[in-house]
Design a protein around this ligand. Structure first.
Ligand code: ZN
Length: 302
């Protein structure tokens, strides 16, 4: 039977929005892109176009199979492997070891959601149902809450600091404080302390007083070969500001899930581009109008 399948990974907010430097922002979006790229099925991908360089955090595919659960399990596995490979790349780059706290933070982080439906009607009819199903799956998720006692990461402010720059000043900042503690608090402090990983750094990648969690460390140290163009940087800054605006959601929804970031660039809203990547040419005018509205909104917000 043929199925329409959607997979999404996240949390996008944490990957892209929580960033101090543009480089963090860019690395976060590269990481998402890389994971999706590595987990795309060999056949049947509807979105994104496999040749697109910067992938969104999702894919939609038409899969012919007798066992759709098997396909979904295998894809989950591929996503996990791609994620593990990225963690490793960053650890190599930062010459960092692994401790228990790192394992816990990184294992609890990646969110994978998916949904599948028999493709017994047209794509345009099945797709909205699939989105609804995915939405329900996301709402039903169980949070694996992590209770961590200790200093919070200077980038996300959510998870504990694990990595910091090894120096007299930093050591003092991250190690001081056990003297007044007793009982449970003292043991919590000791756990926090045991999980810290000092890094020998030149001060470029990690500032003197900065301390990062496993995820923000992964973004900061992820090797990015190509630095983004000025246009891309400007775009990412704008998107960050417009994250929860209805204009943005409206624009993206016009393409029934086939939206990707390249389409924020006006110069890509052409017949040629749409034909090349199999996008509906008849939506071009509506898209241009919606993009125009979004740009006005962006100007309002500065
Ligand atoms: Zn963090």
């Amino acid at each position: 039977m043929n199925y329409l399948v959607i997979f999404t990974i996240g949390p996008v907010q944490a990957f892209i929005v929580q960033a101090r430097k543009t480089r963090d922002l860019y690395a976060g979006s590269r990481i998402l892109s890389k994971i999706i790229q590595k987990s795309l099925p060999k056949e049947g991908v509807i979105f994104p176009h496999p040749q697109i360089e910067s992938m969104p955090n999702r894919f939609i595919a038409e899969i012919k199979t007798e066992n759709i659960q098997d396909f979904c399990d295998q894809t989950r596995e591929k996503i996990q492997q791609a994620y593990q490979a990225i963690l490793e790349e960053s650890r190599k780059e930062g010459k960092a070891g692994v401790k228990e706290g790192y394992q816990r933070q990184s294992e609890n982080f990646l969110e994978i959601h998916y949904a599948a439906l028999p493709l017994d009607k047209s794509y345009e009819k099945v797709y909205p149902e699939l989105e609804r199903l995915l939405g329900a799956a996301k709402n039903g998720r169980i949070f694996s809450q992590m209770e961590e006692w200790g200093k919070k990461c200077s980038l996300c402010g959510e998870r504990n600091v694990l990595f910091y720059r090894d120096s007299k000043i930093s050591n003092k900042k991250y190690h001081y404080g056990s003297r007044q503690l007793k009982g449970e608090l003292l043991s919590a402090f000791e756990t926090y302390h045991e999980n810290l990983i000092p890094l020998k750094q030149d001060g470029v990648t990690l500032a003197e007083r900065e301390g990062l969690c496993a995820i923000c460390f992964t973004k900061r140290f992820y090797p990015v070969s190509k630095f983004p163009s000025t246009a891309e940087i400007a775009l990412m800054d704008t998107l960050q500001k417009l994250e929860s605006e209805p204009e943005k959601k409206k624009l993206e929804s016009l393409l029934s899930g086939k939206w990707d970031e390249q389409l924020y660039f006006e110069e890509n809203l052409t017949q040629e581009y749409f034909q090349k990547y199999n996008l509906p040419v008849e939506k071009l005018n509506d898209l241009k109008k919606a993009l125009d509205k979004l740009q006005k909104k962006a100007k309002e917000k500065g």
